[in-house]
Design a protein around this ligand. Sequence first.
Ligand SMILES: Cc1cc2c(cc1C)N(C[C@H](O)[C@H](O)[C@H](O)COP(=O)(O)O)c1[nH]c(=O)[nH]c(=O)c1N2
Length: 218
Amino acid sequence: MKITQAERDAVYKTIFNRRDVRAEFEATPIPDDVLKRILTAAHHAPSVGFMQPWDFVIVRSDETKQKLKQGFIQANREAEALFEGERKEQYRSLKLEGIQEAPIGICVTCDRTRTGPLVLGRTANLDMDLYSSVCAVQNLWLAARAENIGVGWVSIIHDHVLHQTLGIPEHIVPIAYLCLGYVSHFHDQPELEKRGWLKRQSLNSLIHEEQWQDKSHK
Ligand SMILES: Cc1cc2c(cc1C)N(C[C@H](O)[C@H](O)[C@H](O)COP(=O)(O)O)c1[nH]c(=O)[nH]c(=O)c1N2
């Protein structure tokens, strides 16, 4: 099966127009069939030894979202304390989640025991299962964008809050808490770039031919 030019263009368009969404969520519900397509895309991510270590915990209730928001507030206070001076002020001005505004939250997890202790491809590096669940997150993020649905990853929250609030068993690792919803608009560049937090690095500064070269990353 060959990908046509128009299909290729659509893939790149989706990649370059995907954004992390925090403030632009609308209340419009996500239809079940759309959510199913997005989750199916996540479930078709690559995984080490075809382990498929992910689960998807869907959050819809205000009550659960409120508990998670409290977890964010706590972790965000801790984060804020780590920055100083102007950087602290800048950090405080950023909106870094849309937990309550987004109609749906999804916690993507990793079951490190899913197919037993011996997994093809995971023998030299045990973390490959975690990376596999991250691949599912990226598939989900891009599929959502193709459905014109925004996704925001909220990592400013402790794992124990996700475990407790969502009843996630102890041996399962929360990988990502994602907020999903239709949006008023997508930003044309990362908000952290727009707001002067950091710039996109030049691609050339990240490419090393044959051997690692010392390049300055600012
Ligand atoms: C693992 C991980 C964790 C987080 C993020 C991303 C990833 C990959 N990002 C989003 C991040 O800030 C964003 O992707 C970059 O700023 C680039 O912007 P775009 O995603 O291109 O809009 C993110 N954003 C935010 O507002 N709060 C958060 O807690 C997090 N956490």
